[in-house]
Design a protein around this ligand. Structure first.
Ligand code: TUI
Length: 314
């Protein structure tokens, strides 16, 4: 059994979080991960308070274990969902795509463990000073909105810079990634892509199939020109998006209009041509659809074996 400060801090069996993926991480997926001993996380995405409250209550019906909510700080509904997590006494809140400055005091006072996602040392230091309970250091191998640093270089630098537990994210989808994360100084991992193909994940089957057939170089980062780089699978949509970004004659507004609603088209409709299939570079090692419990058990057993045998190196 892997020992970790993060398990003690938030009351989970295994030091693994399921990332809050917009249009994907709902109550059913989060509850399955929490039931399996990890930390399931509901994505508040771009939805309103009512949506989130319903998902939180569904999750509480499906599991008595701790779970979290991810608040995407660029959401137009961030203010209202920030209140819902307090009212519903959610045990853990993770944040993404910005600084949680406005909300962190209220959350901490409500007894919520606050764990921001950071993509740089500077942001890790700032959230640690605000009182964050831990940080998720997310490398740009991950899917969705990404920073510039790789997991391998980011995690040890964040670990050296802050005194709170660090969770590694980006490119982790098997026991090797988990074991490596501990060697980098992390106390746990967060995974998105490998849970996207979980049996309990409601995402469209086309999305799961595209992840399973993806190879190592099948993702692309688009959106740099707009200031919001996003990693997704190479598809007709993402290639066209990349081409539009290079064209001087195309305006930012035209590009934004082209991208509007594309994640929903992928996750809900399974639209192969117009969807944005956000995924991390680990898609190349995600090869089968399994229950969340099996995904977690497999990763943890493999990591334990690797860590036990590590002394053979010496
Ligand atoms: O948030 C994510 N991943 C996401 S959000 C998302 S929804 C979206 N859709 C279209 C365009 C853009 C977003 C899809 N995937 N991951 C967590 C994450 N947070 N990665 C990087 C950061 C981050 C970046 C800057 C956290 C803090 C930060 O602070 C900078 C500052 O000073 O505000």
């Amino acid at each position: 059994m892997i020992k970790s400060k993060i398990c003690d801090l938030i009351g989970i069996k295994y030091p693994i979080f399921q990332g809050g993926m917009a249009w994907i991480s709902d109550a059913k997926l989060a509850a399955s991960v929490s039931e399996a001993g990890g930390l399931g996380i509901i994505s508040a995405m771009n939805a309103n308070a009512e949506y989130l409250r319903t998902e939180i209550r569904k999750c509480k019906e499906l599991t008595n274990k701790n779970f979290g909510v991810n608040i995407m700080l660029m959401s137009p509904f961030a203010d209202e969902v920030a209140k819902v997590v307090v009212e519903e006494k959610v045990p853990v809140v993770t944040t993404g795509a910005g600084m949680p400055t406005k909300y962190i005091k209220d959350w901490l006072e409500a007894g919520i463990k606050v764990i921001p996602v950071v993509a740089s040392v500077a942001v890790a230091i700032r959230v640690a000073r605000m009182g964050a309970s831990a940080v998720i250091a997310e490398g740009c191998e991950s899917g969705g909105h990404v920073g510039e640093m790789n997991t391998m270089a980011l995690v040890p630098q964040v670990c050296s810079a802050v005194d709170i537990p660090v969770i590694a994210a980006g490119g982790i989808a098997d026991g090797r990634g988990v074991a490596a994360s501990f060697m980098l100084g992390a106390e746990g991992v967060q995974c998105g892509t490998c849970f996207l193909v979980a049996e309990e994940c409601n995402v469209h089957e086309n999305y799961k199939n595209k992840i399973i057939s993806a190879g190592d170089t099948d993702t692309i980062v688009t959106g740099k020109r707009l200031g919001h780089p996003v990693r997704s699978l190479k598809t007709p949509f993402s290639r066209k998006f990349a081409a539009m970004e290079k064209e001087n004659t195309t305006t930012d507004e035209q590009i934004m209009a082209f991208g509007a609603g594309s994640l929903r088209k992928a996750a809900v409709d399974g639209n192969i041509t117009e969807g944005s299939f956000m995924a991390g570079q680990s898609a190349g090692m995600v090869k089968e659809i399994l229950p969340a419990k099996d995904i977690i058990n497999k990763m943890m057993t493999e990591a334990e074996d690797l860590l036990k045998n590590a002394q053979n190196r010496i």
